[in-house]
Ligand binder design. Structure first.
Ligand SMILES: Nc1nc2c(ncn2[C@@H]2O[C@H](COP(=O)(O)OP(=O)(O)OP(=O)(O)O)[C@@H](O)[C@H]2O)c(=O)[nH]1
Ligand SMILES: [Mg+2]
Length: 317
């Protein structure tokens, strides 16, 4: 079993019981086999979250009283080691990171600042990646979604990772070491329509092999462009990560883009809400998500705190 699977308790898929609407049918990821629903290993950690009921009655009538508390808590990501008291919603909401559903737990400590960051190497095969076993986070998403820009924003450097207006800029698995103790990994994007089919498939396979084989991978950060409506390819990617039990955080990018007309008439917050609604149908519990902008640095400190708690938990277990 890969070490990083220990961070999975809240990222288990659930086959959807909802009836389809026309919008969600268009974007619906493939149905998941039943055996991927909650396993005993994950149940052992279910005290971390309020219990969830998934029968059809959940859809009947407006939530009220205890039910409302329960539904709200179900939408939070409660990190390993944290407990949530369903009767103390105020205390819980004080621990939720701004622009996210991520609750700050006991593993978030004072190591969430970037002191130094260096490019280490580009690898063309998962086997070529650094072998020092330090924990790492991989940034993946459609070409041009802003992976390299987010990396630069996180480490407060303008050009540590190369960015471009043209999709397809990043090639290979690029490792950047932060504070001499953990890695940020910049990856090639998926879904670049102008790339030759063969090259596109190879990069995709290459990235997915890395996710499946890399023992020091703490979590994948799947970037979604919040300035445009939800794309099926992103839901499919999230679905694939879930089916393969790869821990993930959804990172919404370009949240500074507010020109309604240019962005199909919808604000980033609306696109984020829609994406979450679609993804909720397939997860037993909400995956962690966070809103960011590499232009305003929105979400930068919050991402660092989230990474810190995941890393500290990973190192201790
Ligand atoms: N407004 C805005 N633009 C952004 C943001 N992040 C990235 N961009 C722009 O989006 C374009 C692509 O950014 P990159 O960081 O190169 O994207 P990438 O995902 O690394 O792309 P590939 O390496 O080609 O897969 C660049 O023109 C960036 O300036 C953001 O948060 N807000
Ligand atoms: Mg890039």
């Amino acid at each position: 079993m890969l070490l990083h699977h220990r961070l999975l308790p809240r990222l288990v898929f659930l086959p959807s019981t909802h009836t389809s609407t026309s919008a969600s049918t268009l974007l619906r990821p493939p149905r998941l086999p039943r055996h991927l629903s909650l396993s005993p290993r994950f149940c052992a950690l279910s005290h971390l979250a309020a219990p969830q009921t998934v029968d059809e009655s959940d859809n009947e009538g407006p939530p009220h009283g205890d039910v409302q508390v329960k539904l709200a808590l179900d939408r939070l990501f409660v990190p390993p080691g944290a407990t949530v008291d369903a009767g103390d919603q105020e205390a819980v909401s004080a621990r939720v990171l701004k622009g996210s559903n991520i609750v700050l737990g006991p593993y978030a400590r004072g190591d969430a600042q970037v002191v130094n960051a260096d490019f280490v190497k580009s690898s063309v095969r998962p086997d070529d990646c650094p072998r020092d076993g330090l924990p790492e986070f991989a940034l993946v998403g459609r070409s041009n979604v802003g992976k390299s820009s987010l990396l630069n924003s996180i480490v407060r450097r303008k050009r540590l990772a190369l960015t471009s207006k043209k999709p397809g800029k990043t090639q290979c698995i690029n490792h950047f070491k932060v504070n001499d103790s953990w890695y940020l990994v910049d990856l090639p994007g998926y879904g670049y329509a102008s790339a030759p089919q063969e090259a596109r498939t190879n990069w995709d396979e290459f990235t997915r092999n890395y996710f499946l084989s890399r023992e020091s991978l703490v979590s994948v950060f799947l970037l979604i462009d919040a300035s445009i409506p939800a794309k099926k390819i992103d839901l499919d990617y999230a679905s694939w990560l879930g089916q393969n039990k790869v821990p993930m955080t959804l990172v919404f990018t370009k949240c500074d883009k507010r020109k309604k007309k240019k962005n199909g008439g919808r604000r980033p917050e609306e696109n984020v809400e829609t994406f979450q609604g679609l993804i909720r149908e397939y997860f037993e519990a909400a995956p962690p998500w966070i809103m960011t902008s590499s232009v305003t640095n929105q979400g930068r400190d919050e991402i660092l705190l989230h990474m810190s708690q995941l890393r500290n938990y990973w190192l201790k277990h």
